[in-house]
Design a protein around this ligand. Structure first.
Ligand code: NAD
Length: 472
């Protein structure tokens, strides 16, 4: 092929991908989160947010609120964490050392409260405490009676089904999942997760509220891991598995970044916190035992105290653990020390060494993500397949230049994706082509078939669009 021809076709592929991303964003801007007649439910005004849990996520979410002029009351069980919260929130907002004006606005809008009632009187109370069912449901039991009658209650849970969390609430209609992506200041996506009893008013209010604080909300059905963490799980767990098969940390990170991912999976694990990933992983493993198991490496890293950036050490080492961003310790000495420590933790769990090419690693990280996206569609968890691409780009750092996860899969074609999965079949059910992928491969179909307009179109809705082989 003439090189000019190659450059032109690559550019046009990228142009089309970026055009798709613009349409995804525009579609999201218009979406109220409700369909058909229910679109006109009026959202309630949210003027103040009470945030419970001032850890990694609670402080980042608080920063997003104060930055948009909302009053925030934040609390935490741990008094040291609570007293550090204003400083952390200011640093997140400023992306470093805050100036006087930032500190002044924060002093005016942010209140720290040792007691829950101060939080409970806000228009929206957002829980962002540890990812265990027991801790969250105990908190709701204490909290619900203190909420004002109009207040909404939301959880930033990553994985626990909303219906399960709502089961003991007297008023589950005002309860919803409101899941932010880390790092909150870089990832605009927010999942608004409907429990079985969540009201339309609650959904409409949280969608409008997410937009008011500069976010891109997608509304989805309940289920373990919702959307973002279902897509993220294979990306992270295949990286852990690759380490056990002898791939180097550097090779794994490089393969992901060369593809265009904003962060390699091991850095992402460090950023999220390996303890949080493990808790969420256990919930996903219980829900999908045939394809998800908690990695022994994750357990071993947590036991070794290498839980990521917040502890100063995970797969990499961090000079200032308290910073939410910034470089890890670099330089050959620091990197190889971290690599040697991790190698020792890997050793007892190592499996027979496999040889991995950079392309093989990339596909191992990304094709299982495509498969999980097809399972989410088969389960009818999203209102529109394009929400998957929005989530991948704006929640997980998938490259916009590839148009989105499903858009990228479409550029390969379902048949090619199935063929590329062949060498991974040794890994068992998790890499088997799903019925949806097989159907598209047989019919030469596309995920985006019939989805070119910016108007939100529900899977299986009465729009006449039936892009899925298994659509009703
Ligand atoms: P974290 O460990 O950094 O913070 C949790 C905080 O909650 C701690 O400061 C702890 O003292 C406090 N806490 C525990 N029980 C409490 C209670 N009863 N009342 C008040 N405070 C209490 O955890 P995190 O990473 O911020 O995660 C918080 C939630 O956000 C979890 O549900 C997690 O799954 C979810 N989440 C995490 C990420 C991520 O990348 N870490 C992303 C999205 C969602």
């Amino acid at each position: 092929m003439h090189p000019d021809h190659k450059t032109r076709s690559t550019t046009s592929l990228e142009d089309r991908a970026l055009q798709n991303v613009r349409l995804l964003v525009e579609r999201n801007r218009q979406d109220t989160g409700l369909d058909g007649d229910r679109e006109h439910v009026t959202p309630r005004p949210i003027r103040s947010a009470g945030i419970i849990g001032a850890g990694l996520m609670g402080t980042s979410i608080a920063a997003a609120h104060v930055k948009h002029g909302l009053r925030v009351v934040i609390t935490d069980l741990d008094p040291r964490v609570l007293s550090a919260a204003p400083h952390r929130i200011a640093a997140i907002w400023a992306g470093g050392t805050p100036d006087v004006e930032t500190k002044r606005v924060i002093a005016r809008l942010l209140e720290t409260a040792a007691e829950q009632p101060a939080v409970a009187c806000c228009d929206l109370v957002l829980e962002s405490i540890v990812e265990t069912f027991g801790a969250k449901s105990k908190l709701y039991g204490q909290l619900e009676g203190q909420l004002s009658p109009e207040a909404l209650l939301a959880s930033n849970t990553s994985t626990i089904p909303i219906g399960r969390l709502a089961a003991s609430l007297a008023d589950p209609a005002r309860f919803c999942g409101f899941h932010f992506c880390h790092p909150v200041h870089e990832r605009p996506l927010v999942e608004v997760i409907r429990g079985p009893k969540t009201s339309d008013q609650t959904v409409a209010t949280l969608v409008a509220h997410a937009k008011a604080i500069g976010k891109m909300p997608i509304v989805m059905q309940d289920g373990p891991g919702f959307l973002v963490n279902r897509l993220l799980a294979p990306y992270l767990s295949e990286a852990l598995d690759l380490l056990l098969e002898g791939a180097s940390m550097r090779a794994i990170e490089q393969a992901a970044v060369d593809f265009g991912m904003a962060k390699g999976p091991l850095r992402l694990l460090d950023e999220i916190g390996l303890d949080t990933v493990l808790q969420g992983g256990l919930i996903l493993a219980a829900a999908f035992p045939e394809r998800i198991t908690a990695s022994p490496l994750l357990v071993a890293m947590v036991k070794a105290g290498r839980i990521g950036r917040k502890a100063g050490a995970g797969f990499f080492s961090y000079p200032s653990p308290d910073q939410l961003s910034g470089p890890e310790a670099t330089g050959t000495a620091a990197e190889s020390t971290a690599e040697q420590i991790v190698a020792k933790i890997v050793a007892p769990w190592a499996r027979p060494r496999q040889s991995h090419t950079p392309h093989g690693i990339t596909m191992r990280l990304l094709l299982p993500m495509v498969l999980e996206a097809t399972r989410v569609l088969e389960d009818n968890k999203v209102r529109d397949p394009r929400d998957i691409d929005l989530a991948a780009i704006f929640g997980l750092g998938f490259p916009a230049s590839r148009g989105g996860l499903l858009w990228w899969a479409d550029t390969l074609g379902a048949r090619r994706v199935s063929e590329m999965l062949e060498p991974l079949r040794r890994l068992g059910p998790r890499t088997e082509p799903t019925p949806m992928l097989q159907g598209l491969a047989r019919s030469h179909g596309h995920f985006y078939q019939g989805l070119s307009s910016t108007t939100p179109t529900r899977v299986g809705a009465t729009s006449g669009v039936k892009p899925w082989p298994n659509s009703p």
